[in-house]
Design a protein. Sequence first.
Length: 123
Amino acid sequence: MGDKKSVEKVAEKAPAPLGAEVLDRLFVTVQARKGADPETSYTAKLYSRGTAKIAQKVGEEAVEAILEAVRGDKAALAAESADLLYHLLVLWADLGLDPAEVWSKLAQREGTSGIDEKKSRKA
């Protein structure tokens, strides 16, 4: 199931209060693992397997999060969501996508109806 303990360790070491900043800190760590030894780093192992494998892991973690949501298990959903976010950050780093680009897209959509935002994409 990946490197859940590493994700949890990052959260434990993060200064209180925890917030979205943990994602930026985790992204820095994920990027630093690009040149690491795949034998000693789960993140480096993911990079060594390529984009398709990383994307597959994102999909697997998304499904696991969905299953926990349907079960109504908040604690398990939180853990699976952490795994999903971690793997998504690895995917972004692999493709050279800076989280700031995603945050910018979210900020642009803030205050916009989801229905209106979807319509604007079709135009």
